[in-house]
Design a protein around this ligand. Structure first.
Ligand code: AMP
Length: 475
C-alpha cells in the first residue's frame, strides 16, 4: 500500500466573483467559517489587474483590520482559514498561496488533504522544482505551472487529475474565480448567488465550504460544486466542466457529526437535522435510566436535544461554556486540577446535585476531555454519569482533512468500550453504531459517505502506514 501524507489540517474556503466590496464579503465569509480553522487566515483580491494578498496568524477578526481590508479593495476575492497542529503552523503555510507563473498570476486556497503530495513533490524536486512551503497545496500550484496545457483552465484540469485525496479548492486569476472538488467529493463546497450584487447578469457568484457563510453575506444557496467538477465564474457567467471521471462518492460523515456548523447545509443536507437524528438514534440504541440529559457544549447540544426528545428525559444545560477563552492564558503556578477544561466549561451545581445524568458528546478522541468532564460533573454532585457518544468509536485516523491523532493515540483503537468507560470514570458508556450513524445522516440518499475514521476502510489506496500502526500489544 503506498504511503500517504497526513498534514493534519482542517480549513474553510470562500470565493466571491464580482462585487464592489468583494474583500469585505470574503472577510465576512471567513468569519462565518472560523470554526473550520483558527490558526491562520488569508484573503487574495483582484480589481481585474493584479492580485493583492494579506495573510496572518490568528483569528480572522484579529488579522483583518479596516485598514488592511481597505488596501485589499477589489471586485473578486478568495479567502482561507486554516487550522493545523504542531510542526507546520508557520505563516509560510498560511493560505491562499499566490504565485506568478507562465500561466499568469494565480492564487489558490485548499480545504482537504492530498494523499500523494509528497510523492509528487519528491518527483518534482528531483527535477529541480523549489518548494517554499511544506503544505500539500503547493504541489497543485507546481503542477499547474508545469502543465503542457497552455490555457489556464486546461492546466488546472491537468493538475487536478494528477493529485489524489481530498480537495475543495477555490482559485483566483485577475479576472476569474475557479472552484473545484475532488472526484470523490470528500469535503464540501457550495455555490451561491447574491441577486443584484454586481456581476454577470447583475448577480454576484459565491463559493464557500459551508452555507452558513452565504447567510451572513446575503447569498442564496444554489447547489454544491459536484465531485470532479471544475467551475469558472467569469465575465460571461458560470461555466462548468468535469476534469475527471466520477468515482464512488465518499463525502466526509464527520462534517455532519462535528465539523460543520449546525446551521449549514452540507452535501445538500441540513447538519442540524443529522445531529438531532444522531441523538434520537442514540437514545433508541443506548437508552439510560436518568433524570436529565446534559450536552457537552457546543458540540453535543443538537444530539442531546434529539436524545432528550426521543427518550422523554428532560434536557438541561448542566455545563456552561465560556465562549471567550483566548488563545493564550495565564495558568496559576499551583496548578488547578483540570484547569484547561475548567477555563472552557463550568458545571451548574444546582442542577446536577444528586441527579442521574446522561452526558452527551459528539466524540471521544484521546479520551482526556471526557475524563475531565465526567470528573467535573461528578464533582458538582451528580449521582450517576452515563456517557453517550453520538458517533461510533473513532478507531482510525483521517487522511482527508480532519485533524485526528495517529492510531496509537486514539483511545478506541486501543481499548475496549468497558476499558474506556473505566478510563473516563463513567457509570456507563455507549456509542452509536455505524449503521445508526449512516441512517441518521441519510447515507445512500443524496450522499454516500466516507466513514473511514469509524471503520478503518479507506476509499483511496493511499494511507499513511505510520499513522495506522496499532499501539504495542493491541489489535
Ligand atoms: P479527546 O479529549 O481527545 O477525547 O477530545 C474529545 C473532544 O474533542 C470532543 O469533545 C469533541 O467534540 C472534540 N473533537 C472531536 N474531534 C475533533 C477534531 N477533529 N478537532 C477538534 N476537536 C475535536
Amino acid at each position: 500500500m503506498p504511503k500517504a501524507d497526513k498534514f493534519r489540517e482542517a480549513c474553510g474556503v470562500v470565493a466571491i466573483y464580482a462585487h464592489p466590496e468583494a474583500e469585505k464579503l470574503a472577510y465576512l465569509g471567513l468569519h462565518a467559517l472560523q470554526h473550520r480553522g483558527q490558526e491562520s487566515a488569508g484573503i487574495v483580491t483582484s480589481d481585474g489587474d493584479a492580485l493583492r494578498l494579506h495573510k496572518g496568524m490568528g483569528l480572522v477578526a484579529e488579522i483583518f483590520s479596516e485598514e488592511v481590508l481597505s488596501k485589499l479593495h477589489g471586485n473578486l476575492a478568495i479567502g482561507h482559514t486554516r487550522y493545523s497542529t504542531a510542526g507546520d503552523s508557520a505563516l509560510l503555510n498560511a493560505q491562499p498561496i499566490r504565485v506568478q507563473s507562465n500561466k499568469g498570476t494565480i492564487a489558490l486556497a485548499h480545504n482537504g488533504n492530498l494523499v500523494n503530495a509528497s510523492v509528487i513533490r519528491s518527483h518534482l524536486e528531483s527535477q529541480g522544482s523549489i518548494f517554499q512551503t511544506n503544505s500539500d497545496t503547493e504541489v497543485i500550484v507546481h503542477l499547474i505551472a508545469r502543465s503542457k496545457e497552455q490555457a489556464l483552465l486546461d492546466a488546472m484540469a491537468d493538475a487536478l487529475r494528477q493529485v489524489e485525496g481530498a480537495f475543495s479548492l477555490v482559485m483566483i486569476s485577475p479576472d476569474r474565480i475557479y472552484a473545484a472538488r475532488d472526484p470523490r467529493g470528500f469535503r464540501p463546497l457550495a455555490l451561491g448567488r447574491i441577486p443584484g450584487g454586481g456581476g454577470p447578469n447583475g448577480d454576484t457568484i459565491v463559493f464557500a465550504s459551508e452555507t452558513c457563510a452565504f447567510d451572513l453575506i446575503g447569498a442564496t444557496f444554489e447547489r454544491d460544486v459536484k465531485p470532479g467538477e471544475l467551475m469558472v465564474a467569469g465575465p460571461s457567467g458560470i461555466t462548468s466542466r468535469f476534469f475527471a471521471p466520477p468515482q464512488p462518492q465518499s463525502s466526509c460523515i464527520f462534517e455532519h457529526v462535528y465539523f460543520s456548523r449546525p446551521d449549514s447545509l452540507v452535501f445538500g443536507r441540513a447538519v442540524e437535522e443529522s445531529r438531532a437524528e444522531l441523538g434520537r438514534e442514540l437514545a433508541r440504541e443506548a437508552p439510560a435510566e436518568a433524570d436529565m440529559v446534559v450536552p457537552v457544549p457546543d458540540s453535543g447540544v443538537s444530539a442531546a436535544m434529539g436524545y432528550a426528545a426521543e427518550s422523554g428525559i428532560p434536557f438541561r444545560f448542566g455545563l456552561i461554556r465560556n465562549h471567550y477563552v483566548g488563545r493564550t492564558f495565564i495558568e496559576p503556578l499551583q496548578s488547578v486540577r483540570d484547569f484547561g477544561v475548567k477555563l472552557k466549561l463550568n458545571p451548574v451545581r444546582s442542577l446536577l446535585e444528586g441527579k442521574r445524568v446522561v452526558l452527551i458528546d459528539d466524540s471521544i478522541v484521546r479520551g482526556t476531555t471526557s475524563r475531565k468532564i465526567v470528573r467535573m460533573v461528578r464533582g458538582a454532585g451528580a449521582r450517576e454519569v452515563h456517557m453517550r457518544i453520538s458517533c461510533p468509536p473513532t478507531i482510525s485516523p483521517c487522511f482527508y482533512g480532519v485533524d485526528t491523532p495517529s492510531m496509537r493515540e486514539l483511545i478506541a483503537a486501543n481499548k475496549s468500550i468497558e476499558e474506556i468507560r473505566e478510563f473516563i470514570g463513567a457509570d456507563s458508556l455507549a456509542y452509536l453504531s455505524v449503521e445508526g450513524l449512516k441512517k441518521a445522516c441519510g447515507d445512500g440518499q443524496k450522499t454516500t459517505y466516507c466513514s473511514a475514521c469509524y471503520t478503518g476502510c479507506y476509499p483511496t489506496d493511499w494511507v499513511d502506514v505510520e499513522e495506522i500502526q496499532p499501539a504495542r500489544g493491541r489489535r
